[in-house]
Design a protein around this ligand. Sequence first.
Ligand SMILES: Nc1nc2c(c(=O)[nH]1)N[C@H]1C(S)=C(S)[C@@H](COP(=O)(O)OP(=O)(O)OC[C@H]3O[C@@H](n4cnc5c(N)ncnc54)[C@H](O)[C@@H]3O)O[C@H]1N2
Ligand code: MOO
Ligand SMILES: [Mg+2]
Length: 414
Amino acid sequence: MVEKRMPIPVSEALERVLGEASLIGDEKVELEESYGRILAEPIVASSDVPPFNRSPYDGYAIRSVDSAGASGTNRISFRVIDHIGAGEVSAKRLSANEAIRIMTGAQLPEGADAVVMFEQTVETEQGITIRKPFEALENVSLQGEDVQKGEVVIDCGSLINPGTIALLATFGYSQVAVAKQPVVGILSTGTELLGVDDELVPGKIRNSNGPMIVAQLKRMGFRCKMYGMSIDQLDESYEVVKKAADETDCLITTGGVSVGDFDFLPAIYERLGAEVLFNKVAMRPGSVTTVAVANGRYLFGLSGNPSACFTGFELFVRPALLKMMGAGKLYLPQTKAVLGEDFTKANPFTRFIRASYDGETVSPAGFNKSNAVSSIARGNALIVLPGGSRGFHRSDTVDVLLLGMEEGASKWRL
Ligand SMILES: Nc1nc2c(c(=O)[nH]1)N[C@H]1C(S)=C(S)[C@@H](COP(=O)(O)OP(=O)(O)OC[C@H]3O[C@@H](n4cnc5c(N)ncnc54)[C@H](O)[C@@H]3O)O[C@H]1N2
Ligand code: MOO
Ligand SMILES: [Mg+2]
């Protein structure tokens, strides 16, 4: 008798997975190594930004009071007493009707409270004339207008993006506290599997899941430990899984989780004494996705079918790894879009369709069965159709998860 498995909703499965995540700890890295990592400390402004009042234009620094009453018929003259570029500080202090020629980024001289752009001046023998009055602080970039000293600018748990790098540099963080990255292992199971260089022979296929998961991890900035391929033989697979599980924080296996005669992962989990969190999820593809934990380590048993394997990674592995790092945004960004074509198949379970999203419309990316490889490559998104629904039509609005975005979302509605 084949074992009867009870499917649980995706949200419930996710909750069980995330409930097992323990923080991996943090480490210091050089600023230039920190891109793509998760901040393990908030960024606190060590100074105002900008740190001084400065000119946002190339022009002349003046005292606004001196410009009062200026007009086309009453041009007001200024004597130019100094000339500074960014990085220089004038030693002069402005007196009545004096101006300092100043370049963008230079600190406003003493006494000055406005800047006149070159284009608003006429040069004369002695200096310049202007034809309009300026208000106090007109054309001045104010100290602290961007960030104020002591402010928490970026929260702990944020992804370090290029802008974060700019901030870290602004505040003098030559080293940054970031979350350590979990050690992730990958093992592809299946007697049918060949390496990428092998010739196809009857009954065999090349291992595509292994390299695909390496790339899914790489997209998250992770490297991984490769455990290659193992044949469907219980003792042999057990030894590899045991070794890999001992050496990693998270082991991802592909294949061998269903109810077939050569699907040995369930027996391996049992032999390991692992706790199986679930082995059936109400989703398509990836219904057989199995997640277990042993000694505080994750064992992700992703389905062998490529589309199911891909989806299982994005839905469960990705948020779990991010949670281990204390990330604030665990989930793929979600949006709504208009369906580009009919999808009339019934959805007994929540269905995740590899799809192509153009910013407005989303359409299935071709052949979309669990065993499909092509639609993974052609897609940049997943359409989510709720379980128990059928008959989605062109122009209907559907939920979409976006793939490959730099940073995810902090909430999910599945
Ligand atoms: N009687 C039942 N049969 C099946 C059920 C079921 O509920 N009852 N579930 C089906 C579903 S759904 C899926 S999905 C698959 C899952 O199977 P496994 O996770 O056990 O994976 P395998 O049997 O090892 O392989 C499935 C499929 O994928 C190919 N594969 C495996 N590894 C790779 C790889 N590394 N690269 C590319 N392709 C791979 C493999 O050759 C098979 O074609 O079970 C259904 N059966
Ligand atoms: O796990 Mo299977 O992918 O539902 O097709
Ligand atoms: Mg199988």
